[in-house]
Design a protein around this ligand. Structure first.
Ligand SMILES: [Zn+2]
Length: 174
């Protein structure tokens, strides 16, 4: 069994190579990162306001309390495949959970486009998802978005505009 250092070193060699060979590799990675993080975000948005642990217990259905299995945990696809219902008790899973996963994937692809796959990808993606989640929670639960969040989004918009003026100007055409 290779140790984590060996795996990391191998990934460092493979990822740039894959990115050169396959033009879709980085967009695909962005979709995977966005989907996985979006899925974790839905879990956090449920647990944090209720004072529950983020790590324990594993994901479960709030209605029947059954632990979710691998087929239930595939971001986006599980929701679509099981038509937005718990596989075990049939309770409806709110559409907002699917929309958060889709928004997270959109944020990852947007960040990749803005950063051209560079080092600022993680920064741009993290910032967009954090602010997006806060705005989403406040809008859904309190019909309110504070000035500090609006200011944060403005700063992020300016950062994007300075980083990639053409992209910011033409974002409406994508
Ligand atoms: Zn259930």
């Amino acid at each position: 069994m290779p140790d984590s250092q060996t795996i990391l070193a191998a990934l460092k060699c493979i990822v740039p190579h894959m990115a050169e060979v396959h033009p879709w590799f980085m967009p695909l990675m962005a979709v995977v990162v966005g989907a996985v993080f979006g899925s974790y975000l839905t879990c956090a948005l449920y647990r944090v306001p209720r004072g529950l642990s983020l790590w324990h217990p594993p994901s479960y259905c709030p209605s029947c309390k059954n632990t979710l299995k691998i087929p239930d945990l595939v971001p986006v696809l599980s929701w679509l495949f099981f038509r937005g219902k718990c596989r075990q008790c049939g309770v409806k899973i709110p559409f907002k959970y699917l929309s958060i996963e889709l928004l997270s994937i959109g944020a990852a692809l947007f960040s990749l486009a803005v950063s051209h796959g560079g080092g600022s990808f993680v920064f741009a993606y993290g910032a967009m998802v954090s602010f997006g989640a806060v705005v989403f929670l406040l809008a859904v639960h309190h019909q309110y978005a504070p000035k500090s969040v609006a200011f944060g989004l403005l700063c992020l918009g300016l950062y994007v505009a300075f980083q990639q003026p053409l992209f910011a100007c033409s974002a409406g055409f994508y």
